[in-house]
Design a protein around this ligand. Sequence first.
Ligand code: ZN
Length: 121
Amino acid sequence: MKTKFRKRLGIEPPPMPAPVPLPPPPEAGEVHPGRYPQHADPAKGQVFGGLCNRTACGERRAVWWNVMTHGFYCRTCANGINDRLDQPPICIRVEKKPTFNEMNELQHGWNRGEPQAAQSQ
Ligand SMILES: [Zn+2]
């Protein structure tokens, strides 16, 4: 019997719906759809001064913005990431969470090799 007939007859269970991700908390402000990774905890790495974005890190006080992953990192992780790259710093100290437009400006500025020009304060 063909699959579509089995479905029509109700022999096959319907496919499970995809899990709906939890919405980010209000204190997360604007959240970039391209953020990485997309944690099960929607606040992780998205709140200024909150939990570090690195999966294995549970540190708080994350105030270093990674212009490529669009997330906040603690000082230790931010320094580690910056030290590994032989390029301009990818994690920058910010005073507040960038807006969505600022996130894109920061990323594009870094891609152009001009992180300072786009750095928000
Ligand atoms: Zn960390």
